[in-house]
Ligand binder design. Structure first.
Ligand code: ASP
Length: 429
């Protein structure tokens, strides 16, 4: 009799639960180094595999998606619509973050002693983050620099750096459009080549997903060990010191997912959001475990096509762009964190400061790379814009890694929601 294996998402969930359990157990039994030396590498291999396939996937799938369009006008319409909806959802996220943090005001519940304790504990690490952020700010003298950076000077250089997705997207779109506009019949072989390449890459993603349950197991076990060091009670006490802040971020993220996305889906795409969420759970679990929208991208694309039935010409453009620029979870978190830090440091924010936060958090989230911790580096820009000392990041450092998992899940969910809407509206066109 053939053995029936568990569905993949159940296996991934088991991997996550076991990984968390083993992580805690290792700390209790003082076996942290064993996890770091022998289990963590499995997680790193899994992440490497996802990153390995990301650039070829984005390039090949965009070229094949664009080159099979009948005309470029439809691409232009879809492109503009996508950017507009991405911008709108990010603004909604920021406004939601700002509203909840102004009601809850977690920074005010923070005792001065705890503040000093946390600052001292993480001062060194924050120095490094602040330097990284300063470099980002210094290297972008013109406000338009981010647009300049989209146009690569050397495509191989951009393609060799996973954080530079936009230049690769730019080149792929250019390449695809050139194929469409070439004299009829002269680029058929090339078109077919990209379609076949795409099939092969999707097969590789299937292989990688077979490994996912073990990958997430290793990622979570090592994350817990790294996070807590050998002292779990220290970690828990830090988390509870920052409990109201963390709950504020989590609550606002939950409202974003269930209320805002739920409503948008219902109104614009006429979708039942329970069905929708059920079918993207594996993608969310992966976003949660990897804390990286870029690493999750190959799987996001595959699920959108296979499970949600969104056609390749939509996913191939909307999702890679979304993974890079649309970070609703990150922008929301940056807003809450900024007000929290300002309150904790006793800095009063005027209405115009709050407006500045809206503006800069949208930009900072667009500028955040789709990798773990990037949102916190870019938070420096938001803090700077309203004159809050960046050392304030020390206050939230302890829980940032955990919150990163949740905000990444929201970032990826947001991309899928927008892809669904674009698909529905494109159908009507
Ligand atoms: N880790 C997030 C992502 O990849 C970015 C962030 O740090 O907020 O989407």
């Amino acid at each position: 009799m053939e053995k029936k294996s568990l569905p993949l998402h159940t296996k991934i969930l088991l991997g996550m639960l076991l990984g968390t359990g083993v992580g805690f157990l290792a700390i209790l039994l003082n076996l942290g180094p064993i996890i770091t030396n022998w289990v963590k590498p499995l997680g790193s291999i899994f992440l490497n595999l996802l990153k390995l396939i990301a650039v070829p996937l984005v390039f090949v799938s965009l070229v094949s998606g664009v080159s099979n369009l009948k005309d470029t006008a439809s691409f232009k319409r879809m492109g503009l619509k996508t950017l507009l909806i991405y911008f709108t959802t990010t603004v909604l996220a920021v406004v939601l973050g700002l509203t909840t943090v102004n009601i809850i005001r977690p920074g005010k519940s923070f005792s001065p002693e705890k503040r000093e304790q946390l600052k001292a504990k993480f001062a060194e690490n924050v120095g490094k983050k602040a330097e990284a952020a300063k470099e980002t700010i210094d290297s972008k003298q013109s406000p338009l620099q981010f647009i300049v950076d989209i146009v690569p000077v050397n495509i191989f250089k951009s393609a060799s750096d996973n954080t530079q997705m936009l230049p690769v997207i730019f080149f792929a779109v250019l390449f695809g459009i050139a194929i469409v506009m070439s004299p009829h019949g002269q680029t058929e072989t090339l078109k077919n080549f990209f379609i076949e390449m795409n099939t092969v890459i999707l097969k590789i993603i299937d292989f990688i997903m077979e490994f996912a349950p073990y990958g997430v197991f290793a990622l979570l076990a090592s994350l817990i060990v790294d996070f807590a060091g050998d002292n779990i009670s220290d970690a828990i006490s830090l988390f509870s010191a920052l409990g109201i802040y963390s709950l504020n971020v989590l609550l606002a993220l939950a409202i974003m997912v269930y209320v805002v996305y739920g409503t948008i889906l219902k109104v614009l795409a006429k979708k039942n959001y329970m069905d929708f969420f059920r079918s993207i759970i594996p993608v969310q679990m992966l976003a949660f475990s990897t804390s990286s929208s870029a690493a999750t991208l190959p799987v996001t694309m595959e699920y959108c096509e296979k499970d949600l039935g969104i056609p390749h010409r939509v996913t191939s453009f909307v999702l890679p762009v979304g993974a890079t620029v649309n970070m609703d979870g990150t922008s929301l978190y940056q807003t809450v964190a900024t007000v929290f830090i300002a309150d904790a440091l006793g800095i009063d924010l005027t209405l115009s400061d709050q407006m500045t936060i809206v503006f800069t958090a949208v930009l900072a989230s667009v500028g955040s790379a789709a990798v773990p911790g990037a949102g916190m580096v870019m938070l420096v820009i938001v803090l700077n814009s309203i004159g809050v000392p960046i050392e304030g990041i020390t206050l939230i450092f302890a829980v940032d890694r955990i919150l990163d998992m949740f905000r990444t899940t929201v970032n990826v969910t947001g991309d899928i929601v927008v892809a669904t809407i674009i698909n529905e509206t494109e159908k009507e066109e």
